[in-house]
Design a protein around this ligand. Structure first.
Ligand code: SF4
Length: 726
């Protein structure tokens, strides 16, 4: 008789018949895992595995990565350009010439009638960096609208804004390797095991070799919070108060690194004065963390020889997002934890190439972290592109979150969406739906024809996805990595970069500016423009990137290796004078909060199986099998008082709208909070308010108020069955 392990069947790994493996970088999250895609004898992609020896993931991949090859044959892909004259008509197939010719004609007509900025463009963090650069050239140098942004405003704008205010430039200063050196990690609003599983694995590896304290700040008892040494279950949206209180304690108890402060920083005149209001007892009343615990974590952080902070949307998606990031930077500047091993402010980015768009798309300025406000930068780019610098605006235009209200106000009449899905991702989607109906011309460019927003479009352009084209992504730790073209886009779909280049030819300026045909040629342009910039990539080329399995910028010409950290020792910050700024950051209470009528905080976030609005993962069998339906986490005590049962359906109602979800009882959320994953269409963003951060214009998705109502169980079950399939 067999007992124990011997009785179990051995795990068999299915042989998919891969005979050749091709290098790619994962196209989901910003961890930036190096992958290999297996092709069978017919050249068909049949398997994915993590790339051995890659610094980032060392052979590993998460549940999204290992099924990534299935995307190539997923349903709902667009195969032909489509047009219609009204959103009430059916789409008709058209040729690319017809589509791009008509699109250029419509853009010119709208701009001639209402002004250049009346046509807006919103892109993404999903394209290759070379494509972002080309779209920026088309937008800034040819079409000439200033109302151009990326959907990265919904996820990383507060990190960008905080970095710029503290250090003078965007650019995360640290690297994953800092886990191997740090003596204290504080993670804020980041459920690393579910959002960035491979970064979490890097952290666990470091902890197995050498124990150091892990502090997790999150209103939910997330998977990450469950493994932390200290979990601070903070009141939503009050992180800034906690950080100010920690700074208060560090300075009161003399734990700061005064030499570092004197040498490298400029402190706001009223910094000490403002901090007086944030003694631990006063702060505790606002942020919900008791005073002794605040003192304890401030001492642990302040006394560590090296300490680092990581964060994700828990801070960024807040009305104080930018201030929260700047306050983390304050802590690290006060304690000398920037630019050294194990000391860092490291934002964990969301999309695979959110960094690429920040560096090279020109959304908030000009390529290579240049700004529109700087006359020298405008001249450099105009000279390089061979155009009149007067064509450029002199200040940044509207962000995505201000473009939609500008459509409502009649200021914007035409919109081009590239690989983004606002009907699921924006707050208050009922309002977004009405906004789309006001547009005279909407173009949706996406690799999926069935993305929700095409219901409101006049034109649909089918794009190639991920490894149907070649080029680079930059990950969270500034690592530039390469993806090979594995297969062709379906039907007549084209790589996004080809669509941008071909559209340029229909404009007068587009015929004058040079638009290179290959990704490698575009990369060469970017290299030239990067020389002397913080994000210098002039020492890289595709072969070196692939050989190293990713290289971190800056890597100037002549260097053979990238730089793991920014602002090390003699490196000066990007503010004039070379010093970082320690900012005075008072907290103002401006969130929507629970009331008698809407007694629950509504929190939103991700699950490990899905990516963003499920446009991709909603098509993959295993992802849907493990996470098939939208649900609401509620505390068992609150559920008992509301009379709802585990597995039943309820209607959630906010001041904006309502949605129906399945109940999941869990102690992960406190009594006065419910949590819903944001991936599902027509779900949580029917409820969210999305107040904007004044600096970054990023919406506060995580601070809304809702109530629970009973719902007919049979009708609700039918509705949810419809939602499972994309
Ligand atoms: Fe891809 Fe992110 Fe998973 Fe790595 S952790 S395989 S980059 S989704």
């Amino acid at each position: 008789m067999l007992f124990g392990r011997a009785k179990r069947n051995a795990v068999k790994i299915a042989d998919k018949g891969a005979v050749e493996w091709k290098y790619a970088t994962c196209g989901y999250c910003s961890t930036g895992c190096s992958l290999e895609i297996g092709l069978n004898a017919d050249g068909k992609p049949v398997s994915t595995r993590g790339m051995a020896g890659a610094d980032v993931n060392q052979g590993k991949a998460c549940i999204k990565g290992i099924y990534e090859h299935e995307l190539f044959e997923s349903k709902g892909r667009g195969t032909h350009p489509l047009m219609r004259s009204s959103i009430h008509d059916d789409y008709q197939k058209v040729s690319w010439d017809k589509a791009l010719g008509d699109m250029a004609g419509k853009i010119k007509a709208i701009q001639n009638k209402y002004g250049r900025d009346s046509f807006a463009i919103v892109s993404t963090g999903q394209l290759l960096t070379e494509e972002f650069y080309t779209l920026g050239k088309l937008t800034r140098g040819v079409i000439g609208t200033n109302n151009y942004d990326g959907n990265t405003t919904l996820c990383m704008a507060s990190a960008v804004s905080g970095y710029k205010r503290s250090f003078g430039s965007d650019g995360p200063p640290g690297t994953y390797e800092d886990f191997d050196h740090t003596e204290c990690l504080m993670a804020v609003g980041s459920n690393l095991p579910e959002q960035h599983p491979i970064i979490y694995w890097r952290l666990k590896e470091a902890l197995e070799k050498r124990k150091f304290p892990v502090i997790v700040v999150d209103p939910r008892v997330t998977m990450f919070a469950q493994m932390a040494d200290i979990h601070l279950a903070i009141t939503p949206g009050t992180d800034l108060v906690l950080f100010n209180a920690m700074a208060h304690v560090i300075l009161k108890e003399g734990l700061q690194d005064q030499d570092y402060i004197d040498k490298n920083t400029e402190m706001a005149n009223d910094f000490h004065h403002i901090l007086e209001d944030y003694d631990p007892e006063s702060a505790a009343k606002i942020c919900g963390i008791d005073a002794d615990t605040i003192r304890n974590v401030a001492r642990i952080y302040g006394k560590a020889n090296s300490a680092m902070s990581i964060w994700t949307m828990g801070i960024n998606q807040s009305t104080h997002g930018s201030d929260g990031v700047a306050a983390i930077n304050n802590l690290n500047l006060l304690t000398g934890n920037i630019g050294k091993e194990g000391g860092s402010s490291l934002s964990i980015t969301g999309q695979c190439n959110a960094m690429g768009t920040r560096e090279w798309s020109s959304c908030s300025g000009l390529p290579g972290y240049r700004t529109l406000e700087n006359p020298k930068h405008r001249k450099e780019i105009a000279d390089f592109w061979g155009m009149d610098e007067a064509f450029f605006p002199q200040t940044r235009g509207l962000t995505e979150t201000d473009i939609f209200p500008a459509i409502e106000g009649g200021q914007i009449k035409g919109l081009w969406l590239v690989a983004t899905n606002p009907m699921t991702s924006m707050a208050n989607t009922a309002r977004i739906r009405k906004t789309f109906e006001q547009l005279e011309f909407l173009v949706v460019q996406d690799c999926y024809r069935d993305v929700e927003t095409t219901q409101y479009a006049h034109m649909y352009l089918p794009a190639g996805m991920w490894a149907e084209k070649d080029g680079c992504f930059t990950n969270t730790e500034r690592r530039v990595n390469y993806t090979q073209k594995i297969t062709n886009p379906p039907g007549e779909a084209k790589p996004d970069g080809d669509i941008f280049r071909e559209l340029a030819q229909y404009f007068e300026n587009g015929k004058k500016l040079h638009f290179p045909e290959t990704s490698a040629e575009v990369f060469e342009e970017m290299k030239q423009l990067s020389k002397g910039q913080l994000c210098d990539i002039s020492g890289m080329d595709y072969e070196k990137i692939m050989a190293a399995k990713g290289l971190q910028w800056p890597m100037p010409e002549g260097k053979e290796e990238g730089s793991p950290r920014l602002y090390e020792e003699d490196a000066s910050f990007q503010h004039e004078g070379g010093k970082a700024k320690i900012l005075a950051l008072p907290y103002n209470e401006n969130n929507e909060r629970p009331t008698n009528k809407f007694p629950f905080w509504l929190n939103t976030g991700r699950v490990v199986e899905h990516f963003h609005s499920r446009t991709k993962t909603g098509k993959i069998g295993n992802q849907n099998k493990f996470s098939p339906t939208p649900y609401m986490e509620i505390n068992p005590d609150a559920a008992r008082d509301e009379g709802v049962e585990h597995g039943s359906y309820v209607r959630l109602v906010s001041k904006r709208g309502d949605t129906v979800v399945m109940v999941q009882l869990t102690d992960r959320v406190p009594y006065d909070m419910v949590f819903i994953p944001f991936h599902f269409h027509d779900c949580v963003n029917r409820l969210t308010l999305g107040l904007l951060d004044p600096h970054s214009r990023q919406p506060a998705f995580k601070q809304s108020a809702v109530r629970i109502e009973a719902v007919d169980q049979k009708e609700a079950a039918e509705l949810n069955a419809d939602r499972r399939e994309f």
